[in-house]
Design a protein around this ligand. Structure first.
Ligand code: ATP
Ligand code: MG
Length: 246
């Protein structure tokens, strides 16, 4: 995929920066592992938030949710994980994984507690959330607490999966409010249908709830401003690579 982009010559910038991003990710991994090992004395647990998504593009809804989760749940790190081949979405309509990765990286670059992982986009097989969460659980070790951060829309979807109990065994959910999916409704649904999961799903009021990637893509297509809906760097990236206009 990366070579393809380069050969087409349309995204030499992405290719060049990818090498840098790879180096950066290695450094990040080292840093996380070091930090984790300092906690191994059991003084306090390492709390990791994982946020999976298409991030096409990443926007303030994602960023504010992650920041809020970091604060409320005392997280050490939030790792954004752009999906490679989303099993539940049609791949044709989705921007190249490298673009989505780059935008996510640009969006978190000035926040030392946010990282971006290439785990799913470097995989050649479809990514299932359970596999990703297990991968990070192994990566951080048994003592780490894994929190999976999602919107309330995604939580309801997850609870209808066949083996959702496996997920709840390895992580706790942080469900952030989104329009049309009120926290109360979610609470009632969970309590009614999945009472055993109540202590594994925490609700989070999200102050930037109504923004979505779909909304941003539509606005770009309609030549409307997207200023402040995402970060400035992401906004410029979208224009530079002419994303979402066709
Ligand atoms: P799309 O419109 O393309 O579906 P999206 O805005 O829903 O994009 P995703 O990449 O699908 O973004 O979402 C990744 C995760 O972030 C999901 O768990 C989703 O529920 C959550 N999320 C997205 N936007 C918000 C928001 N404004 N508030 C809270 N959670 C959000
Ligand atoms: Mg979505």
């Amino acid at each position: 995929m990366r070579r393809e982009i380069y050969q087409h010559g349309k995204d030499a910038f992405v290719f060049k920066n990818l090498k840098k991003a790879k180096r950066e990710e290695k450094a990040i991994n080292r840093m996380i592992t070091e930090k984790q090992s300092t906690r191994k004395d059991g003084s306090s647990n390492f709390n990791v938030g994982l946020m999976g998504g298409t991030f096409d593009p990443v926007h303030i809804g994602h960023l504010v949710t992650a920041e809020e989760a970091w604060q409320q749940f005392n997280l050490d790190k939030v790792i954004f994980i752009p999906v490679g081949l989303p099993p539940h979405k049609k791949v044709e309509g989705i921007s190249d994984a490298e673009h989505r990765y780059m935008m996510t990286l640009l969006a978190v670059i000035n926040n030392s507690r946010f990282e971006v992982s290439r785990y799913e986009i470097d995989k050649t097989t479809p990514s299932y959330t359970i596999d990703t969460i297990k991968y990070f659980k192994d990566f951080f070790g048994k003592e780490a607490n894994i929190f999976f951060i999602t919107g309330t829309d995604a939580v309801l979807e997850i609870l209808t999966w066949k083996n959702y109990e496996d997920l709840l065994d390895v992580c706790t959910f942080i469900a952030a409010s989104r329009p049309g999916y009120s926290l109360e409704k979610l609470h009632q649904r969970v309590e009614g249908y999945y009472p055993q999961t109540m202590n594994k799903i925490h609700l989070l009021e999200n102050p930037a709830m109504s923004v979505s990637s779909t909304f941003i893509r539509e606005r770009v297509r309609e030549n409307k401003t997207i200023k402040y809906l995402t970060t400035e760097a992401v906004e410029h990236y979208i224009y530079k690579y002419e994303l979402y206009i066709h």
